[in-house]
Design a protein around this ligand. Structure first.
Ligand SMILES: Cc1cc2nc3c(=O)[nH]c(=O)nc-3n(C[C@H](O)[C@H](O)[C@H](O)COP(=O)(O)OP(=O)(O)OC[C@H]3O[C@@H](n4cnc5c(N)ncnc54)[C@H](O)[C@@H]3O)c2cc1C
Length: 419
């Protein structure tokens, strides 16, 4: 009969779980029994979706200030101990994945996330790491060993357990916030920050916004509360969504702040958008020159070389003007100034945010401050929590996967010294 006793059991075969198993195989763990319990039918389902299928796996400018957590000091020291350089070394020299840098972002040179999933999968097969599928862990009991029970009524025992069950986003990939339920006999609510969507889209009911669906602008976004204070700011591409709202990397990067404001009951939140990537003074000059050149054309046509028609139409409607009925000659200096200011600081009332089906990452999870420097639950030796299940979430650009690699590597190093 096959023994159900293991040296280490990893719950969840996502980025963090797979990396932890790979790091364990690399260390003194050879010959030890390691099991991955995966609730789904295959490993790395979410990892395969990352970076629009290209997997932005790290960033050369990883820095704790780009993350949200309850313990910035521990996060900083963790990233210093195992950061981008160590990750690249492992991917290139052990897993055999050639990496490519685009700006500060790191990708597999194939620009295919399946390369990363396969490299981890093959390495685990080579090192005889066992994986069981379609078994969702439902509870852990702390006895002499940790006793793990699944929804298929299997029971497993291990001295070391790593929980790598992810957050709550894209639940179809298997991440449904299970860390909270699995640990209900071990950790009460004081160990957790509730999971919320982060890196998500924002919705608005401003008239005409749905007409901008699919349009992208390079600019910036400021989140301003009802008191007029800027709560978050980011630059980059803004994408208008078909649901009536905004998304894109810079919007996702400020979405965490909006989720907090809305969930704290604040109203009157605005996203102030620069839709041009330029200053209002520069835009004024550009329109002014065009008025000299194309005074007879309607505004939409006259400005079409510098602004998308839908944007001109959207902005001029806010001024109660019709861009296709009015010539540029009729736009006096005051109106040009008003239009320029609007295009560079367009206030959009925010009415909500994309739920966990749309968000790329969750905020919340097991508090980092309740873990030791190696991601071990302080009150439970041998029990580790890694990846998105921990209360650490970063901005777009490889920060979240880097956290998965970092936390997994630190746990693996500690476990390998404990057996
Ligand atoms: C569309 C999209 C694009 C993204 N792009 C990027 C990017 O380019 N760069 C970046 O840095 N980050 C990106 N992210 C975020 C990144 O994918 C996650 O932060 C990362 O995958 C988290 O890894 P994890 O292993 O902690 O969790 P997950 O990858 O979510 O893995 C958790 C695993 O645990 C399993 N599981 C859950 N509960 C149980 C249970 N009870 N029993 C057994 N198994 C269980 C799940 O089935 C799953 O396989 C993206 C996310 C999304 C959704």
């Amino acid at each position: 009969m096959k023994s159900n006793v293991y040296d280490c059991i990893i719950i969840g075969g996502g980025a963090a779980g797979l990396y932890c198993a790979a790091r364990l195989s690399r260390s003194v763990y050879s010959g030890k029994k390691v099991l991955i319990i995966e609730g789904g039918t295959r490993v790395g389902k979410k990892l395969a979706l990352t970076g629009s299928g290209r997997c932005n796996l790290s960033n050369t400018e990883i820095d704790a200030s780009r993350y949200n957590t309850d313990d910035t000091f521990k996060l900083e020291s963790s990233l210093n101990r195992y950061g981008c350089l160590e990750t690249c070394d492992f991917f290139e020299n052990i897993l055999g994945v050639v990496l490519e840098q685009k700006g500060t972002l790191l990708y597999p040179a194939t620009l295919k996330s399946s390369t990363v999933v396969d490299a981890l999968r093959f390495y685990l097969e080579d090192n005889k790491i066992e994986t069981v599928f379609k078994q969702k862990v439902v509870s852990i009991n702390k006895m002499k060993f940790y006793e793990i029970t699944t929804d298929t009524d299997e029971t497993y025992l291990s001295k070391n357990v790593v929980i790598a069950t992810g957050g709550i986003t894209y639940p179809s990939t298997g991440s449904t916030g299970d860390v909270v339920n699995i640990l209900d006999k071990i950790a009460d609510s004081s160990f957790f920050v509730p999971f919320k969507p982060a890196l998500t889209s924002l919705s608005s009911d401003i008239p005409g916004i749905k007409g901008l669906a699919g349009i992208r602008c390079r600019g910036d976004v400021k989140i301003v509360n009802a008191g007029g204070f800027v709560k978050a700011h980011s630059e980059g591409e803004i994408l208008f969504t078909k649901e009536g709202g905004i998304s894109g990397i810079c919007v996702m990067d400020v979405s965490d702040a909006v989720v907090r404001l809305i969930d704290n009951g604040e109203t009157g939140i605005k996203a102030v958008l620069n839709l041009t990537g330029k200053s209002a003074g520069e835009i004024f000059q550009m329109i002014y020159i065009r008025r000299q050149m194309y005074a007879h054309r309607n505004c939409a046509d006259a400005l079409s070389g510098m602004l998308l028609r839908n944007i001109t139409d959207f902005a001029m409607k806010q001024m109660h003007l019709k861009c296709d009925k009015m010539t540029l000659r009729e736009l006096d200096d005051n109106k040009i100034a008003e239009l320029s200011n609007l295009l560079c600081a367009f206030p959009i009332p925010i009415t909500g945010y994309g739920d966990e089906d749309k968000a790329q990452v969750s905020s919340g999870g097991f508090k980092l401050s309740k873990l030791d420097d190696n991601m071990q639950v302080k009150s439970c030796p041998g029990l580790y929590i890694v990846g998105e299940a921990v209360n650490v979430n970063g901005i777009c650009g490889g920060y979240n996967l880097q956290w998965a690699w970092t936390s997994a590597a630190l746990a693996a190093e500690s476990i390998s010294q404990n057996v």
